[in-house]
Ligand binder design. Structure first.
Ligand SMILES: NC(=O)C1=CN([C@@H]2O[C@H](COP(=O)(O)OP(=O)(O)OC[C@H]3O[C@@H](n4cnc5c(N)ncnc54)[C@H](OP(=O)(O)O)[C@@H]3O)[C@@H](O)[C@H]2O)C=CC1
Ligand SMILES: Nc1nc(=O)c2c([nH]1)NC[C@@H]1CN(c3ccc(C(=O)N[C@@H](CCC(=O)O)C(=O)O)cc3)C=[N+]21
Ligand SMILES: [Mg+2]
Length: 341
């Protein structure tokens, strides 16, 4: 696999120092990504390069901040993102908080509505309708999962496709699946996976890819995107008799099955590129929060065989938020350019 590897970039410590020396998202003169660093966790022989999603996401957010400044200067308007949270799940609250913080850092206006766990479906639909009609809101995100008594698909379908920055509307997913059509928005996590591959110099054309998981929000759109880049894609799901056998043939593996460390190191074809979407909390008495996050891939084992791999945390997660900002900026530019849509 041809990869543009940069193993001689600054050390992590140097990079941290440099980041601290300037405001976090001030447009840098050179917004180059230093995608890959040597994997510290793996033995020296055959050590995989780490695809540094945190760093790449930071580069993208800096690019976005510069574009927002230019948009504001030209139009007097800032992109606006509305986040709707129903209930009080701890993880959802954390995600929503980090999305709002990311919005503020790039100069977006952020809107938010928090509804109680027992809010009715109609109340959620009313909030969506209000944001659909608000010209200062260019993107709408309804945090998932919603409480059981609310029909998730009905709520997602109610989001105006012009503001569907999550890319969850069936029309946006459908367009992704059809040759010759382009969706208005591509879902953030799948788009982030592809951006990581692209910015790491991974060639997809003619390669074999395995996607573990087929959910509407991750596995399915990732598989469609990889196929659009001319990879030959196999999707693995809970009824696949031998997941390992499929993964062993893949030059590119995307793991999104929601099973901690299910994809074992010895499933990885030597030299393959591994994108680990999984976010799983596992109890760990030694960790500060009492748990630590692991991916859907056995990271240590995979490091010994992969040519490059994303870590968890610090891989796909930060890219999801960067792509949300990117989608919102794109939507704002379209909507501000044509206010009568
Ligand atoms: N980093 C990020 O930004 C994000 C991370 N995530 C993480 O990604 C992971 C996937 O999320 P999501 O797609 O929402 O999860 P879902 O639970 O919706 O889907 C999981 C998929 O994996 C498949 N699967 C489950 N068990 C197995 C198994 N034993 N073997 C093979 N396939 C299996 C399921 O198959 P079937 O269809 O047959 O049930 C399903 O298609 C989770 O860890 C989640 O936390 C999710 C969103 C964003
Ligand atoms: N409408 C909707 N859109 C979503 O995009 C959406 C959603 N609902 N519901 C939940 C999932 C999950 N998700 C993540 C986003 C960022 C990180 C992230 O930044 N993770 C950090 C770690 C954060 C930590 O330390 O807890 C990392 O991987 O480095 C993870 C997961 C978006 N989702
Ligand atoms: Mg989707």
């Amino acid at each position: 696999m041809s990869m543009a590897m940069q193993t001689r970039g600054p050390s992590v410590a140097q990079r941290r120092g440099a980041a601290a020396a300037r405001p976090p998202l001030a447009p840098a003169p050179l917004a180059r990504s230093r995608a890959l660093r040597v994997c510290a966790a793996a033995p020296v022989a055959g050590a995989a390069k780490i695809i540094d999603g945190k760093q790449i996401a930071e580069d993208i957010r800096r690019e976005i901040a510069a574009e927002v400044a230019a948009l504001k200067a030209a139009t007097g308007k800032a992109p606006g993102l509305a986040v709707v949270l129903v209930g009080a799940r701890k993880d959802s609250e954390t995600y929503v908080r980090s999305k709002k913080k990311a919005c503020a850092e790039v100069g977006f206006e952020s809107f938010g509505t928090d509804l109680p766990e027992d809010a009715s479906e109609q109340e959620v639909l009313d909030v969506v309708a209000r944001y659909n009609a608000d010209p200062n809101v260019h993107g709408i995100l309804v945090q998932l999962p919603l409480p059981k008594h609310i029909d998730e698909q009905r709520v997602l379908d109610a989001i105006s496709i012009t503001k569907d920055v999550d890319g969850f509307h069936p029309q946006n997913i459908g367009s992704l699946a059809m040759r010759g059509r382009s969706p208005l928005y591509v879902s953030c996590t799948p788009k982030g996976c592809l951006e990581l591959l692209k910015r790491s110099g991974v060639e997809l054309k003619g390669k074999t890819a395995a996607v573990v998981g087929r959910s509407n929000i991750v596995g399915l759109p990732v598989a469609l995107l990889l196929q659009n880049e001319d990879a030959t894609v196999t999707m693995v799901h809970s009824r696949t008799p031998d997941a390992a056998e499929v993964v062993r043939r893949a030059d590119v593996v995307v793991a999104a099955c929601g099973r901690a460390e299910m994809v074992r190191g010895d499933w990885i074809k030597p030299g393959a590129v591994v994108i680990d979407v999984g976010i799983n909390a596992v109890d760990d008495a030694a960790a500060k929060r009492g748990y630590r996050l692991v991916g859907d891939v056995d990271f240590k084992g995979a490091c010994e065989r992969a040519s490059a791999i994303t870590p968890v945390p610090g891989g796909v997660g930060p890219m999801t938020i960067a792509m949300l900002l990117q989608n919102t900026l794109e939507g704002a530019k379209r909507q501000i350019g044509a206010p009568a849509n």
